[in-house]
Design a binder for this molecule. Structure first.
Ligand SMILES: C[S@@+](CC[C@H](N)C(=O)[O-])C[C@H]1O[C@@H](n2cnc3c(N)ncnc32)[C@H](O)[C@@H]1O
Length: 429
């Protein structure tokens, strides 16, 4: 047995490893997992069709495509579906030449005081995010991109990625924590439009260079809910490599909001809460009040590895204990639905690998990996195995694990109402 005290944090096994790594480094998402972990798992098998039901920044399909396989992922967040498909696209040289020329023109417009500007997006407290000069630059840059070519063209998509990369780089957002905070903006007041232009030109060079290196395989991201998976019988998957949300109250929407407002995926704060309520483990805005009112359906059997801990969390705090306990139970209820549902899209015997972290609430340890193992066994998966991947932070009990198993012989039987084609249409709409 591995002694937990000897396990280290290993930043090469986190999103930090992906910075500057081909298309993986285009936009950061703190909960993205390491390319190294995914590459190792995929390379050790000859699986052809690889699925990630929790796409995020599309690390899995991009690794699969790079290794010459077919990668498909699913996400509930339409912005991430768009981003993933732009990262996975095959780019023709002519598109890249057009993108480079168009971006040069965009840069001229973005620094001109006479150019058109879009209105700043309705992001709450926008002045905390950007200085006046940075906001002015972004409003001109966005208008110039919109005017330069049609939405949905490869040039437009790539310029939008450069725009996203720029908007976060010149913002006051600091990512020195698992979530996000604001740094002191006074230093940034010295920057002028020309500085922002130089920064975005650097990103354009990096992004267009890596866009020119097309993967040997292919991949796509579908808009969908991993609790309602389905595909045609001849499209079943050989392998799952994924990192679902953790039961740690981290909301992806928090980090993604600036991109989503600027690119028109969000118009008001209530929508962010509604979207997070649909996402597993979300707690942004209205999602928290909804989870407080949520009751597990009567027929839901709480996994044995969870029931005692849920009661302890409930009793640990007079005001918030009940909500947090509901949050944890709802998280595993959703993951149980996902594991039940994923069987319908897997070949019998398909390998599944879930990278997941445990968490604590009021000092009570939620052993997520053990509950996953139980949920997989309940659904007839075999060879269930849990291994420690790394230590998560300075808290001695927090680790990341890989929970692996093989799909049951009964897998792949159901093809529900939502076929691959209909999911793909939803992704493109
Ligand atoms: C931990 S992140 C995945 C990170 C990813 N491995 C990467 O490298 O970027 C989990 C993702 O699951 C998505 N998600 C949450 N609930 C979902 C659901 N019900 N169906 C599909 N995706 C969901 C979130 O939007 C988020 O992008």
């Amino acid at each position: 047995m591995i002694k937990k005290a000897k396990i280290h944090q290993h930043s090469d096994l986190t999103f930090r490893h992906n910075v500057g790594l081909w298309r993986h480094g285009w936009l950061r998402l703190t909960p993205a997992y390491s390319v190294k972990v995914v590459d190792e798992i995929i390379s050790a098998s000859d699986a052809e069709r690889i699925l990630d039901p929790f796409s995020g920044t599309a690390t899995t399909p991009l690794c699969a495509a790079d290794l010459g396989r077919m990668g498909v992922s699913v996400d509930i967040n339409p912005f991430l579906v768009w981003l993933g498909n732009v990262k996975l696209a095959h780019y023709a040289t002519e598109s890249l030449t057009r993108a480079e020329a168009a971006f040069d023109r965009v840069c001229v417009e973005a620094v001109s005081t006479a150019s058109r500007k879009v209105n700043p997006p309705p992001l709450h407290n926008i002045e905390r995010w950007w200085s006046e000069s940075a906001l002015d630059f972004l409003c001109r840059m966005k208008a110039a991109i919109d005017d330069s070519c049609d939405a949905g063209t490869p040039e437009n998509d790539l310029m939008r990625v450069i725009f996203c990369r720029t908007l976060i780089a010149i913002s006051n957002a600091a990512f020195n924590h698992q979530s996000m905070s604001f740094k002191d903006a006074s230093e940034d007041e010295k920057f002028i439009a020309e500085d922002y232009r130089r920064i975005s030109l650097g990103f354009s060079k990096e992004i267009l260079e890596s866009a020119a290196q097309n993967p040997s395989g292919s991949g796509e991201v579908w808009l969908g809910d991993s609790r309602q998976m389905s595909c045609d019988k001849d499209q079943l998957f050989d392998m799952v490599v994924t990192s679902p949300p953790y039961a740690n109250r981290m909301s992806y929407i928090r980090e993604l909001r600036p991109y989503m407002y600027w690119l028109g995926y969000l118009y008001e704060s209530r929508e962010a809460g509604e979207l997070d309520w649909q996402a597993i483990g979300g707690t942004w805005g209205v999602a928290t009040s909804k989870v407080a009112e949520w009751m597990p359906p009567k027929d839901f059997r709480i996994p044995s590895k969870l029931s005692a801990i849920a009661t302890e969390i409930e009793g640990a705090h007079p005001k918030n204990g009940r909500t947090l306990s509901r949050y944890v139970v709802k998280y595993f209820f959703d993951m149980a639905k996902h594991i039940e549902s994923i069987k319908s899209v897997l070949r019998p015997g398909a390998e599944v690998h879930y990278v997941v972290g445990n968490s604590t609430f009021y000092g009570h340890l939620v052993s997520t990996e053990a509950v996953y193992a139980e949920l997989l066994e309940n659904e007839g998966f075999s060879s269930v195995d849990v291994r420690i991947l790394r230590k998560r932070n300075s808290k001695k009990e927090l680790f990341e694990f890989v929970v692996s198993a093989r799909a049951p012989a009964s897998a792949g039987k159901g093809s529900g109402s939502q076929s691959e084609a209909s999911l793909a249409v939803a992704a493109g709409s």
